[in-house]
Write a protein that binds this ligand. Structure first.
Ligand code: COA
Length: 151
């Protein structure tokens, strides 16, 4: 993918939530429902849809707590993964967090999610902890790795 390729980011709209939840179902074993995304919008989280031209290709959700940003969701549609879009989306969310005054950026990730782990490590996130049994898993529970980047 060319670095010159232009993507557009727009605040996530309620009318997009059917599409967003459908992507989430395809991308995660334990997806958010449209209602979960709606709650997130209502809670005032910073939620973004990423477009390539008119085509939605990804989305992400941030929660701000004082000077901390927390990444709640980052997703690239299955057909467009491994093309650099995740990196662009994470850059956008990092810029939004910085502009909102965040000095630290936190996230949780499953140890089994090698794609996300590689993306975060490449973006400068460092492992700072582990939450035991944080996520539901097909068999039992899975830990969460906690990562942080200074902004
Ligand atoms: C994680 C996710 C957002 C990455 O998006 P993407 O557009 O595929 O990522 P990029 O193409 O920008 O890749 C950025 C870097 O991440 C790493 N990476 C991405 N996918 C990878 C994979 N499948 N295996 C190994 N490394 C991978 C690479 O280091 C890559 O850099 P490189 O291509 O220069 O080597 C995407 O895989 C996704 O939506 N997954 C499902 C949802 C999810 O798990 N979200 C994270 C929840 S914590």
């Amino acid at each position: 993918m060319s670095e010159a390729m232009a993507f557009r980011f727009a605040p996530m709209q309620e009318r997009e939530l059917g599409w967003v939840a459908e992507q989430d179902r395809q991308l995660y074993p334990f997806p958010w429902s449209a209602g979960n995304f709606e709650d997130s919008l209502r809670a005032g989280h910073s939620a973004w849809t990423m477009f390539d031209g008119c085509e939605p290709v990804g989305y992400g959700v941030l929660m701000m707590v004082l000077d901390e940003a927390h990444l709640l969701n980052i997703s690239v549609v299955a057909s467009r993964q491994r093309g650099g879009l995740g990196r662009h989306l994470l850059d956008h969310l990092t810029g939004v967090a910085r502009q909102a005054g965040a000095t630290q950026f936190f996230l949780e990730v499953r140890p089994s999610n090698t794609a996300a782990l590689a993306l975060y490590a490449r973006a400068g996130f460092a492992l700072i902890g582990r939450r035991k049994g944080y996520y539901p898993a097909v068999e039992g529970r899975e830990d969460a790795l906690v990562m942080r980047a200074e902004l």
